[in-house]
Design a protein around this ligand. Structure first.
Ligand code: PGA
Length: 255
């Protein structure tokens, strides 16, 4: 059975004190209210990872992830952070290929593939993000685009390595816009992604892969999205900055 996961992507938000307060609230709420076996991964800015790991060390349910990493193990890359550094302070996962990284920092499937390798080598689970722009959807090329993102960015992995990865489908037109994909639209793409994984790695690996939906996910729309056959949870941006909303999204599996 594949894991149900809700990941929070704080992006470049919150100062240190607000981040610690938010995480403490989430820890308490999840501890008190979440009774299923869904997993939670909180991805704050790099600077806060160590403190969050310390705060959450007694929680078996909440892991801490990063929002990016460099592909090299070490070296003269001023301002960058290596995957093994993240691992060494207790991170367990890393978001790779978020559309904002692709859009503002020039990341491509080709530059992401070695980051995926670096993450796995360091023992981090990559949360590999894929998804089309509105223009690409309107041109009806979104399935080809998603297939290329998978093929070029992550399908070079062995089946054993791929089984450690999490895929996040995030239609770019739904991120931070308040426009969510309908549950039908999201399910259609998730089923396509699982079919592509099955074609590459076989049905068993495909059935065991967690595929998250991201893009204006809220406590209101999460229950319907998470009820879809191929949607195994969410990658949450804006709503992960509010402890009540984030916890309610985590609980959306219960209902
Ligand atoms: P959003 O962001 O929930 O604010 O739309 C999702 C994401 O970018 O991961």
């Amino acid at each position: 059975m594949r894991k149900k996961i809700v990941a929070g992507n704080w992006k470049m938000n919150l100062d240190y004190t607000s981040g610690m307060t938010l995480f403490s609230e989430v820890l308490n709420m999840v501890n008190d209210e979440v009774h299923g076996n869904q997993e939670v991964i909180v991805c704050p800015p790099f600077l806060y990872i160590h403190s969050l790991v310390q705060l959450g060390k007694n929680s078996t349910r909440i892991g801490i992830g990063a929002q990016n990493c460099h592909q090299a193990e070490s070296g003269a890359y001023t301002g960058e952070i290596a995957a093994n550094m993240l691992k060494s302070i207790g991170a367990t996962a890393v978001i790779l290929g978020h559309s904002e990284r692709r859009q503002y920092f020039g990341e491509t499937n080709q530059t992401l593939a070695p980051k995926v390798d670096a993450a796995l080598k360091a023992g981090l689970r990559p949360i590999f993000c894929i998804g089309e722009t509105l223009e690409q959807r309107e041109q009806n090329i979104h399935f080809d685009l998603i297939k290329a993102q998978l093929t070029e960015g992550i399908f070079h992995l062995t089946a054993a390595d791929f089984s450690k990865a999490i895929i996040a489908y995030e239609p770019v037109w739904a991120i931070g816009t308040g426009v969510t994909a309908t549950s039908g639209q999201a399910q259609e793409v998730h089923a396509f992604i699982r079919k592509e994984i099955a074609a590459k790695y076989g049905t068993e690996t495909a059935e065991n892969t967690t595929i998250l939906y991201g893009g204006s996910c809220t406590p209101k729309n999460a229950p319907e999205l998470f009820a879809q056959a191929d949607i195994d949870g969410g990658l949450i941006g804006g709503a992960s900055l509010k402890s009540r909303d984030f916890t309610d999204i985590i609980k959306a599996f219960n209902s």
